[in-house]
Design a protein around this ligand. Structure first.
Ligand code: GLU
Ligand code: ZN
Length: 300
């Protein structure tokens, strides 16, 4: 099977972590936390840390963001171990996985609109599973045979997701022809042999779908750890969408120090006078994932 040839087998014993930003904006404090937490967990465990640019959504891409994100990581001393992988270069692999899913009768075309799904309560109930749909102007959904709704998280402990949502057949190819995040993220985490995924709590629910998808693809999933999100004064998640400010490339130490504090690592104030490398060196050796808080109403 072509797809099994292309995808390398699931998990390896060696720790391999990653940071996977979307270039829809520059790095802000929230994405610095994601980069730092995944980096420290990898390095503390003598692992590799990879960077993957998730550029599968050109309409939402900000010009120059990919290069700027990499420059900022570099200025922050967060050096990646292998060549950066760009999802825009992975289309052939995603297509091969879609072909395999179709061949296994694990996917189907769907033309339902958001409004139609909303009208039946917001959860897609597999309406198009047995209806022959034209290929154009259709999304492709994967049959969610496993419906994983619980998992063990390295930071959150046992996570229970909304079962109806977790069972939903989810979209792997969008109606506009773009590959869906769920498809690309799982295929690439398998392709890059990722063993640990450390990221923000906004992805707690999608993780359940991803775990089902690993089963569909007959691959072992990585371990997941989700840290709390940094929020603004008004309680909004810091994100590119609500224009969180770009972090300052010229003075990394204070931002790294704040990110460490946010992650419960209690750096000593003296480290504010340290160099980036000294600070990271301290952070790698003192990193303790069990100190990362499960939730945090931090106001920035
Ligand atoms: N690219 C996603 C984002 O920037 C993160 C994906 C992930 O870590 O799985 O939100
Ligand atoms: Zn449908």
């Amino acid at each position: 099977m072509e797809f099994n040839k292309t995808l390398r087998p699931g998990i390896t014993q060696q720790y391999r972590g990653r940071f996977a930003p979307s270039p829809s904006g520059f790095l802000h404090f929230g994405s610095l936390i994601a980069a730092l937490a995944s980096y420290l967990d990898a390095k503390h465990n003598n692992g590799q840390w990879l960077v993957r640019i998730e550029d599968i959504d050109p309409p939402r891409e900000k010009k120059g963001a990919s290069a700027e994100i990499l420059k900022t990581l570099d200025a922050y001393g967060l050096h990646w171990d292998e060549e950066v992988l760009y999802q825009s270069q992975q289309s052939a692999l995603y297509q091969a996985v879609l072909a395999e899913l179709a061949q296994q009768k694990s996917s189907y075309y769907c033309r339902c609109t958001r409004a139609q799904i909303k009208a039946i309560g917001g959860i897609y109930l597999g309406h198009c599973r047995d209806i022959e749909q034209p290929q154009n102007n259709s999304a492709i959904r994967v049959i969610n045979r496993f419906g994983v709704s619980q998992y063990n998280d390295l930071i959150q402990g046992q996570v229970n997701c909304n079962a109806a949502l977790a069972k939903e057949d989810f979209i792997v190819l969008r109606k506009d022809g773009l590959f869906a995040y769920q498809l690309a993220v799982v295929v690439d985490d398998i392709y890059q042999n990722i063993s640990h995924v450390i990221r923000g709590c906004d992805l707690l629910e999608p993780t359940a779908r991803q775990l089902s998808f690993y089963q569909t693809l007959q691959k072992l999933p990585p371990q997941h750890g989700h840290f709390p999100l940094a929020v603004t004064e008004k309680g909004f998640k810091l994100s590119k969408q609500n224009n969180a400010p770009e972090i300052d490339k010229s003075s990394p130490v204070p931002s790294l120090f704040s990110a460490l504090t946010f992650l419960g690592q209690q750096p000593n104030d003296e480290l504010l006078d340290a160099s980036v490398d000294e600070l990271l060196h301290w952070a790698i050796s003192h990193w303790s994932i069990s100190q990362v808080p499960k939730s945090q109403e931090i106001v920035l």
